[in-house]
Design a protein around this ligand. Sequence first.
Ligand code: AMP
Length: 216
Amino acid sequence: MRLILFGPPGVGKGTQAQILSQKLNIPHISTGDILREAVKNQTELGLKAKSFMDKGELVPDDVMIGIIKEVLSSEKCKSGFILDGFPRTINQAKALDEIFDELNIKLDYVISIEVDDDEIIKRLTNRRTCRNCGAVYNLLIDHIPEDNKCPRCGGELYQRSDDNPDVIKNRLKVYRESTQILLEYYDKKNILKKINGVGEINHITKLILQSIGVKD
Ligand code: AMP
């Protein structure tokens, strides 16, 4: 199965992708995670990407297309994958089509998770991530221990530097200006599924699986 999880920042793409990755036994490919890892390791890519990420701007298309081409051609993506955070522009979507053609594979579904802006801002400002296992928590919903350690693995929880109100506003603006238009692009290909992203995490997973014809 080859899926794209689509939607503005904060709708739960990462959370759902982690769950679906386990259920469907295919890798979760998050371009945001790849970039954050590069920033942490201060690689050439990380140094280039950081200034864009800090402002909530998009990293240039040529850089992102190069990354995704390499990952999708790798052995681990042979039997499928879930893309989270890519594509984000029309250029990226067209390049992705070309990569699929070159690899002789087909995209099955694009799942658009829908949540309104007020809820997104609330979620992102209260989001905390584990530095060790990548688990994502919401301070308003999840019980976070006072020592600020990940309930799952004991790693340190941190707030992403781009999860602050000014950068969040810009990320939403960039989504509306450059990314949202891809909904039309994939709707025309008849592979778009729209899912209401408000509610229990497990319920949303069920809706996604139903929409792509997979029994839970
Ligand atoms: P995310 O974790 O998906 O919210 O991504 C965090 C940041 O990484 C974004 O705000 C962008 O700066 C950068 N980024 C991630 N994926 C892409 C992409 N496909 N194109 C351009 N920039 C990206």
